[in-house]
Design a protein around this ligand. Structure first.
Ligand code: SF4
Length: 343
């Protein structure tokens, strides 16, 4: 899926019929009040005046298709002149799997919606129930199939560390979502946000959040699974914002969570390459220029851990014109490629 310039407009809790235990959309999206059609026009005018290039408008933050029909249509209609003029080339929205049906799809198509992001969160019904989601895994399957059959791009959102979940249930959720072939996925580790039901559960000791390290490991395995299935992972970890930063009580929140996960994936990929060279003096790992910091790890943690694990005196990293995910290994005195991983 190519990267596009997205103008995000947040519709916090507008139309949302539920209270998921982890959710305070007003904090997470940084927005406090529902957007009106007039405000939407002002947002678009301001965003589009900064760049002549077209953009995609995204209704994020709530359950767009659960908004009252009149409000939904008023927002969609406000976007139409920008679409007709070519200033916007597409619309996308996020919503719940149980807020998609034939009539919703007809409306979205009529107004030029192309991509729907579905908050699936888990494919385990017990986890969904304990998280207050109010829908089932079957709802996710139906919604994805219906949207795809009508030609929409579908992005599935998953969460790790929800109440009642484990690494096994989260990995199984990733496998079930991958089997539905969405056009992209986002993975969010659960964090405890002040004022949410999850915060009360945490304070009463009936919910324990994932440790940062565990969440990074699990998300790396999930990302690897999607990468293997050639399903793009569009984001891992919540968008950092000041309001969210101030509201997080506990859990694996890190402003560069995605980079931590990418670092772990490179670490995992390098291990089988290094295993036959245990005890070597110097090893050079060659990676693409943009992968150097990921291979090195934050504060060189990957290098130091790999040196220790394989008793290698010194591991060096070299930027080479390689593909993303490609790692080549050179040993001292042998500048040729002695081994590579590019899966
Ligand atoms: S459905 Fe979405 S907006 Fe509504 S409470 Fe759950 S996470 Fe929040």
């Amino acid at each position: 899926m190519p990267r596009r310039r997205i103008i995000p407009v947040f519709v916090p809790h507008m139309g949302c019929p539920h209270q998921c235990v982890f959710c305070d959309q007003r904090q997470i999206s940084g927005a406090q009040a529902p957007v009106t059609a007039a405000q939407l026009r002002a947002i678009l005018d301001a965003a589009l005046s900064q760049s002549g290039a077209g953009a995609e408008l995204a209704f994020y933050g709530g359950s767009f298709t659960a908004i009252g029909e009149a409000d939904q249509v008023s927002l969609l209609e406000a976007a139409q002149p920008y679409l007709r003029a070519g200033h916007l080339f597409a619309l996308r929205c996020s919503t719940r799997p149980d807020c998609i049906d034939e009539s919703v799809i007809a409306r979205l198509r009529r107004y030029g919606m192309q991509t729907v992001e579905l908050g699936c969160q888990s494919m385990n019904d017990e986890v969904l129930r304990r998280s207050g989601r109010g829908h089932t895994a079957l709802d996710c399957e139906h919604a994805i199939a219906l949207l795809k059959s009508h030609g929409f791009s579908v992005v599935a959102q998953l969460m790790t560390g929800l109440p009642g979940s484990s690494d096994a249930t989260d990995l199984e959720s990733a496998e079930r979502i991958a089997a539905l072939h969405p056009d992209g996925v986002r993975i969010y580790p659960t964090v405890v946000v002040e004022g949410t039901p999850l915060a009360a559960m945490y304070q009463r000791g009936i919910y324990s959040p994932q440790a940062l390290e565990s969440a990074v490991n699990l998300c790396a395995r999930m990302w690897e699974l999607f990468r293997y299935e050639e399903i793009p992972v569009l984001r891992v970890g919540l968008n950092p914002s000041e309001s969210l930063h101030n509201a997080v009580l506990a859990g694996p929140y890190h402003p560069a969570f995605g980079e931590l996960v990418l670092g772990r994936m490179y670490y995992n990929l390098a291990k089988p390459l290094l295993a036959p060279h245990r005890g070597a003096d110097t090893i050079t790992l060659c990676v693409a220029p943009r992968a150097v910091s990921r291979m090195v790890g934050q504060k060189k943690t990957n290098l130091r851990a790999l040196e220790q694990e394989f008793s290698i005196k010194s591991i060096k990293i070299s930027a080479e014109p390689l593909e993303e995910w490609e790692i080549r290994l050179q040993t001292e005195g042998n500048t040729g490629i002695v081994d590579r991983i590019d899966r």
